[in-house]
Design a protein around this ligand. Structure first.
Ligand code: UDX
Length: 436
């Protein structure tokens, strides 16, 4: 099928390349000339494992092209995916201006049937708003609308797209349903959940809210383990073995971050408030996650009798999770900011997110950035693991012991080996460990 994807951000680019690898002819469109120029030269503007290889492969098969010209890109397209950003407005609601502007342009530039699919995470009712705008701006255009939310995790996006747990398609007629089934025909039929547009829009918010709730739940259980002496690793594993609960998304940490969870749960609350529905559980999750980050700073300060001023603290990890350069709502960044305000002397490191972090933290003069993890630990009074990069597990801790001022590690991701570190003489502490 001829498909146009509007937006070459994270979702748009991954979706466009994956749709091309399924055999469709895809044109990815973006207004950002710089981005399109880069993509034409095989430069991927974001960090995502496997994306570059996929780009080269589908280019070779002549299944993908990039353009800034939406009018031209719409000429032969049967399906158009809207995958532009829906940033958070000041009041927490989703800013739909990019999505709605797309709808208007699709209407203005189209002169043959189009299936217009929203891929961006949008509040309930957006699909119908898109339809209204198209109708108003091109009353004679034959078109359908559909909702097809993405469930891509950064760092795992290609595998999430190609091996999905389910593909949700929301449509309001059989023609749209048939076309969407054609787009995803390479996937087993039982993976495709067809529903109406409103339910599809709700499913995305509900999934992310549920996952965020699961994370906050296990983090609170860790707090309880810290006070009672329970073992959070074993607790998490044991409850996860109950198939009604499931073992995924039960890893403790410094709270959830990223471009989706914080934004989407604020947006669902906004939708609920508008409809005068109280979602008290989800409100509590936001509160719990906020407190979480404050608690992490407190934990760090406790090493120094509550006062971190002048203390040399090495923070390993800045990205909101491993395998990404994304620092949006990163708990690591929030912790670094707070410690910097409290006048700690910070040495921070990450494998992909240093460049983004330098921009975000430019106002502080007490933060030094290190590509080399070992250099970041030199003379440290405390090492904090803030992102779960796998590479941290493989560090030479015997060497680190010779570099630090004080052999203390606080692992906010519970990824290191306690026995090994204690044998080396480290004072090793992690989330859920009983406080002495
Ligand atoms: C998420 C959803 O998983 C994805 O389906 C959706 O489409 C976009 O939002 P992403 O933001 O890339 O994906 O990251 P995810 O892996 O879900 O992690 C989100 C946050 O939760 C991270 O800060 C991560 O560290 C944290 N997390 C995740 C935990 O603290 N514990 C866990 O067990 C899992």
């Amino acid at each position: 099928m001829n498909i146009t994807v509007i937006g070459t951000g994270y979702v748009g680019l991954v979706s466009g390349l994956c749709l091309a690898s399924l055999g469709h002819r895809v044109i990815c469109v973006d207004k950002d000339e710089n981005k399109i120029a880069k993509l034409k030269q095989d430069i991927i503007p974001i960090f995502e494992p496997g994306l570059k290889e996929l780009l080269l492969e589908v280019k070779k098969q002549q299944k993908i092209s990039f353009s800034t010209d939406l009018k031209l890109a719409l000429n032969d397209a049967q399906a158009v995916f809207i995958a532009v950003g829906t940033p958070q407005d000041e009041d927490g609601s989703a800013d739909l201006s990019y999505v709605l502007a797309c709808a208007k342009e699709i209407a203005q530039y189209s002169n043959s049937y189009k299936l217009v699919i929203t891929k961006s995470t949008v509040p309930v009712g957006t699909g119908f708003m898109v339809a209204e705008i198209i109708k108003k701006n091109n009353p004679n255009l034959d078109f359908d609308i559909a909702s097809n939310p993405e469930f891509l995790r950064e760092g795992n996006a290609l595998s999430d797209f190609m091996n999905p747990d389910r593909i949700v398609v929301g449509t309001n007629n059989d023609r749209a349903k048939k076309l969407l089934k054609e787009i995803y025909e390479k996937f087993p039929e039982e993976k495709i959940v067809t529903t109406d547009i409103t339910t599809s829009e709700l499913i995305k918010y509900a999934s992310n809210s549920f996952l965020a709730t699961k994370i906050s739940f296990i983090n609170e259980m860790a707090d309880l383990c810290e006070k009672t002496g329970g073992n959070i690793g074993e607790l998490s594993r044991a409850i996860g073995l109950d198939s009604r609960i499931g073992g995924k998304f039960l890893n403790v940490g410094p709270g959830f971050g990223g471009s989706c969870f914080p934004k989407d749960i604020m947006a669902i609350l906004n939708v609920a408030a508008e409809k005068k529905v109280e979602l008290s559980l989800i409100s509590s999750v936001i509160k719990s996650n906020k407190i979480r980050q404050e608690k992490m700073v407190e934990k760090i300060a406790n090493y120094f009798g509550g006062n971190v001023a002048g203390k040399k603290i090495a923070i390993l990890g800045l990205a909101f999770k491993a395998n990404t350069d994304d620092i949006r709502y990163s708990p690591a960044i929030l912790i670094v900011k707070k410690l910097a305000q409290l006048k700690a002397s910070l040495k921070v490191s990450d494998f992909e997110a240093i460049e983004n972090s330098k921009k975000e933290l430019s106002e502080f003069s007490n933060i030094e950035f290190f590509e080399d993890v070992y250099a970041a630990t030199k003379d440290a009074d405390l090492i904090v693991i803030a992102t779960e990069w796998n590479e941290y597990k493989k560090l030479d801790f015997a060497k680190i012991k010779t570099l630090v001022k004080s052999p203390k590690i606080l692992d906010l991701r519970n990824i290191l080996d306690a026995k090994n570190l204690e044998a080396l003489g480290f004072d090793y502490n992690y989330i859920g460990r009983r406080q002495h």
